[in-house]
Design a protein around this ligand. Structure first.
Ligand code: RP5
Length: 152
């Protein structure tokens, strides 16, 4: 079972998540991508989040636009770390600021990490850094990525 789950609220978000998928592939980190919505498919979200740890996932990336409930709802249902990605959702909403505030303004008790609006690549890199605490191979690959980035 892959160590990273990427969840997103709508198919319309998928293009924004491509850099996340690409960096995880580049780093050799297994992942699964699923579309599920906290308000359109709450039962799916509940089941996936509640079973994620037992199913072998180690980090969850949750992306959503507008009133972005998905990361917080997922975090409420699992002990796994959740990284939120606020999406600037096309012509909808407030250019991602709505989602940014929804994700960062979690009330005390159930935290969600948050990257920049449309910051999918950094979500992948942050997931890698979390995995690197436990997986030496990920640590080494991430270190090599940083070194190459510095010398580019
Ligand atoms: C959110 O609503 C999704 O994450 C998406 O960013 C936004 C709009 O969704 P669609 O109407 O494009 O499906 O839940």
């Amino acid at each position: 079972m892959p160590p990273v789950a990427i969840l997103t609220g709508s198919k319309s978000d998928l293009p924004v998540l491509e850099p996340c998928v690409q960096i995880l592939q580049q780093l050799g980190i297994d992942h699964e991508l699923h579309v599920m919505s906290a308000h359109r498919s709450p039962d799916t979200v509940r089941t996936f989040a509640a079973e994620a740890e037992a199913n072998g996932f180690e980090v969850i990336i949750a992306a959503a636009g507008m009133a972005a409930h998905l990361p917080g709802v997922v975090a409420s249902l699992t002990m796994l770390p959740v990284i939120g990605v606020p999406i600037a959702s096309g012509d909808h909403g407030a250019a991602g600021l709505d989602a940014l505030l929804s994700i960062t303004q979690m009330p005390p008790g159930v935290p969600v990490a948050c990257v920049a609006i449309n910051g999918a690549k950094n979500a992948g890199l942050l997931a890698a850094a979390i995995l690197a605490l436990k997986h030496e191979a990920v640590h080494d690959t991430l270190q090599q990525f940083r070194q190459e980035q510095s010398s580019a």
